[in-house]
Design a protein around this ligand. Structure first.
Ligand code: SR1
Ligand code: MG
Length: 419
């Protein structure tokens, strides 16, 4: 850590940032008029909203430790550097989907970025039963564009290799994913916790050798298949929406990995929103209507993902992989090759989806979808459905060849009496 690093406070922020022109331009030069509030509810960082005479800005600053745990789990500030670099690339690959960056300071682990007026965290909206129009369109395209344009289908290979080597240094955050997502749920790890009543289900998961092996096959891909730059943490807490607009935030876990990683994690978080709904609304008609809406969103997101990926394959395939010189320019159709790529990507997505469903109930960082349910017996019952459905996905990823079959599993487990 740089020796001049200092975490910002509500009191010190205005004077410290008043010397930075790109910030005063957005907020106003008279820093004595700034009001500051800390809104960070994530697991790692400080997040401030700064309001001045001219406008508002978001200041995100890394702490030298994991906020969720405290200083017993030190973490360098470098995640801000990776987040900054990921935001720059995401802006190129899917313009206007991520917040505009106004300022970055590596030694302070600090990024100043666009305040997303009237946007709320998607997870909160899903818990409240609020709908967002254009959600599937925005995120299906985001996943396809970032996956395709960050890969050897599109990039100049020297740029891709340089980028892989840059993001391979995001070691600490990849280690969090490797531990919390791929490993801890499947044994009695120190940081795990779970809702009481799940012991029988947890035993089933931890004794399922075939499933554990599939998880590890996926971890192997996570560590070695540097196919594209993934957001790395695309859950519903990394998405902000109004009723009609959708933006993606927080790519500090970015890494070069499997093409299906982000879409798989996204679907997983929708499925957890789906399974947890009975804990948030009791009216049967409203419940069914909203759960159906979530399933439609998933279905449409995947359709948009495929459509966009296919479009990019046809129109932007300029990298070293499956070059047109070997196919179209020889009068040969590349559709079979494309379908092969999509099949493998989908299998990875389904596997990641199941793994994420496990870790959010068993490992360290749970999600509010389930955690906000105060009736613990009922929460355990819903989590059990989610855990067993996740197991089905991991075990059967090869045969669940489309989204409809995944959604069918969700519907089946949603009706299941698990204990
Ligand atoms: C210690 S960090 C725990 C989790 O929070 C982040 O948002 C990631 O999902 C990570 O796995
Ligand atoms: Mg985050």
């Amino acid at each position: 850590m740089s020796s001049d690093y200092k975490a910002l406070t509500l009191e010190t922020l205005p004077e410290r940032l008043s010397k930075i022109e790109s910030i005063t331009k957005k907020v106003g030069a008279n820093y004595r008029n700034w009001s500051v509030s800390e809104i960070g509810d994530g697991n790692l960082n400080l997040v401030f909203i700064v309001t001045g005479d001219v406008g508002k800005i978001i200041i995100k600053q890394a702490l030298p430790y994991v906020r969720l745990v405290g200083d017993s789990w030190p973490l360098t500030l470098e995640r801000a550097f990776f987040e900054y670099n990921a935001l720059v690339r995401q802006e190129e690959r899917d313009p206007t989907r991520v917040p505009t960056i106004h300022f970055f300071d590596r030694s302070q682990g600090l990024i100043a970025m666009e305040y997303l007026e009237s946007h709320k965290i998607l997870r909160g909206k899903l818990i409240l039963g609020e709908k967002v129009s254009g959600l599937s369109e925005a995120l299906g395209k985001f996943c396809a564009r970032t996956a395709f344009r960050g890969s050897d289908f599109f990039m100049k290979t020297e740029d891709k290799k340089a980028d892989v080597s840059l993001f391979q240094k995001n070691v600490e955050l990849m280690a969090i994913t490797e531990g919390l997502i791929f490993t801890d749920p499947y044994f009695e790890a120190e940081r795990n916790h779970n809702t009481a009543g799940l012991d029988k289900i947890i035993k089933i998961l931890r004794n399922d050798v075939k499933m554990k092996a599939n998880v590890q096959h996926m971890l192997r891909k996570f560590t070695s298949n540097c196919e594209t730059m993934c957001h790395g943490d695309l859950h519903s807490g990394s998405i902000m929406c109004t009723e009609t607009a959708t933006r993606v935030i927080d790519p500090e876990f970015a890494f070069y990995g499997p093409l299906g990683f982000d879409i798989g994690m996204l679907i997983s978080n929708y499925l957890m929103a789906f399974f947890s709904q009975p804990g948030h609304r009791k009216n049967e008609i409203e419940l069914k209507e909203y759960q159906d809406w979530i399933l439609e969103i998933i279905d449409k997101t995947v359709q948009v993902f495929y459509q966009e990926f296919k479009y990019l394959w046809k129109n932007e395939r300029s990298g070293i992989l499956y070059p047109k010189v070997l196919f179209e320019e020889q009068g040969h159709d590349s559709t079979e090759a494309l379908n092969h790529v999509l099949r493998k990507t989908w299998k990875d997505a389904v596997t990641i989806c199941g793994i994420e469903m496990h870790r959010r109930c068993l490992s360290l960082a749970h999600n509010a979808d389930f955690e906000d349910i105060t009736d613990l017996n009922f929460r355990a019952k819903l989590e059990a459905r989610n855990l067993l459905a996740g197991r089905e996905l991991i075990l059967n990823a090869s045969s669940l060849v489309d989204i409809k079959s995944v959604l069918k599993i969700a519907q089946t487990y949603n009706e299941k009496e698990t204990f």
